[in-house]
Design a protein around this ligand. Sequence first.
Ligand SMILES: *[C@@H]1O[C@H](CO)[C@@H](O)[C@H](O)[C@H]1NC(C)=O
Ligand SMILES: *[C@@H]1O[C@H](CO)[C@@H](O)[C@H](O)[C@H]1NC(C)=O
Ligand SMILES: *[C@@H]1O[C@H](CO)[C@@H](O)[C@H](O)[C@H]1NC(C)=O
Ligand SMILES: *[C@@H]1O[C@H](CO)[C@@H](O)[C@H](O)[C@H]1NC(C)=O
Ligand SMILES: *[C@@H]1O[C@H](CO)[C@@H](O)[C@H](O)[C@H]1NC(C)=O
Ligand SMILES: *[C@@H]1O[C@H](CO)[C@@H](O)[C@H](O)[C@H]1NC(C)=O
Length: 414
Amino acid sequence: MGSPGACFRCWNAITERKRSHLFMIKLALGLISLIFIFGMKNSIPVLKMVQSKYEVLLEKRIPPSGQPKQHTDRNSDVTLTARCSPKRHLMFLKTHKTGGTTVQNMLLRYVDSRNLTLATPPRGRVTFNEKFPFSANYVRDYNKQQYDVIAHHLRFKITQVKKVLKHNDTFYFSILRDPVNLMESSYSFFKKDFPAFRLSKSLEDLLNNSSSYYNPYLNTNTRVKNPTWFDFGYNNIANCSEEQYTKALVEIEKSFHLILISEYFDESMILLKEALCWDIDDVVTFKHNSRNKEDIKTVSENLARKIQEWNSLDWRLYNHFNVTFWAKVEETIGLARLQDEVAILREKRRELERQCTLDGLVVNQGRYFKEGLHLMSHKVKSDLDRDLKEKCKRYFIHPRDYTEILYTKQKLQK
Ligand SMILES: *[C@@H]1O[C@H](CO)[C@@H](O)[C@H](O)[C@H]1NC(C)=O
Ligand SMILES: *[C@@H]1O[C@H](CO)[C@@H](O)[C@H](O)[C@H]1NC(C)=O
Ligand SMILES: *[C@@H]1O[C@H](CO)[C@@H](O)[C@H](O)[C@H]1NC(C)=O
Ligand SMILES: *[C@@H]1O[C@H](CO)[C@@H](O)[C@H](O)[C@H]1NC(C)=O
Ligand SMILES: *[C@@H]1O[C@H](CO)[C@@H](O)[C@H](O)[C@H]1NC(C)=O
Ligand SMILES: *[C@@H]1O[C@H](CO)[C@@H](O)[C@H](O)[C@H]1NC(C)=O
């Protein structure tokens, strides 16, 4: 395109008749370039933004969640509409120290509001038996019936999971966290629980001298090394050959529809909502079990490298799924729309926070306070009307209590 000045000069020089001809030609050229632009939109970031705004507008016409809604087919230039209905059959592999409790709270609220059935661990427990790979018999009152959702910690074993979640459209997903952040967090949460953590003076001390602190065969040390690999049901302590690693990776990719990334939590929620055909309001969350800033230790580059080497299987897994996560964003909603929706999600969270909670985070001194740690949480306002207060409380309730509430409710529904 020429400069506006040059164009203005030539515009003045031509006659009225020619001007109207030129207008028609420009109109045609404009249309052609528009078609061209929309054809190219997948490779031009700026145009993607235009497209994303356009799609957000379309999205607004989608009926509220619960009913089948129209989704635009993002591979097509025309706004072809394909039906999708919200997924209600879910397997969430809750990994440790990855933000899993926050995801779990969201799922429990979904189960609650849609009257779904949740497979729960035995009374008073927040996890299924994790010493062994999952068995259907670990489910409370299991009697070969089918359930809609699993959202509690377990050691993954697909054949047994399928005995509990029998729907053929069950959506499998999980969440991974950078092993460096994970181990820093794990070391402070489980300092007193895992012998290797308890005996060592610090995380660096443990990794400098692991052979004197770490006994891989103690079943209380199972999550000291490659904890995520363990959660997925694999051997996390043996030396893993390239072939075994690849085989496990292929299995995970085959079993799971989506792997979320803790470091991109809000982005993960948007991608999940898309995959599940849920409404954005369904994926508004507040952090659970987050520590006070003072309790979070900074990790030097040198220590980070040691942590990566120590958890080499988890590190490879994380890097693999960090790449597939962003590829999925590109394939589905695109970066621009992702960013728009993350902003909407954050605004919704702020709004809910204003509505439900007293200002600021407080140190959680409740009955689940973990000794030596300052876990932060919100306090729900006391002067709310009954229904709103009930709704607000559900965002912050401890999973143990929520699980019991859902178990009792399900029993009554039968
Ligand atoms: C869930 O169950 C309750 C009580 O039976 C009922 O009032 C409510 O409408 C149900 N909600 C949905 C979404 O089915
Ligand atoms: C899944 O199950 C439903 C009924 O529960 C059935 O109608 C449908 O054909 C099944 N789909 C597949 C792909 O097996
Ligand atoms: C760990 O080892 C490195 C050198 O290998 C040393 O510089 C560092 O001080 C050691 N840290 C601890 C806590 O022992
Ligand atoms: C590792 O620990 C053992 C036993 O506590 C000690 O003898 C050794 O000097 C330590 N090595 C390093 C490198 O810290
Ligand atoms: C893994 O391999 C290393 C080096 O080859 C060896 O020292 C170590 O004992 C092996 N670990 C296990 C659990 O087999
Ligand atoms: C994860 O992917 C993002 C986007 O490609 C990248 O910026 C980031 O460095 C990756 N994280 C790690 C730990 O590799």
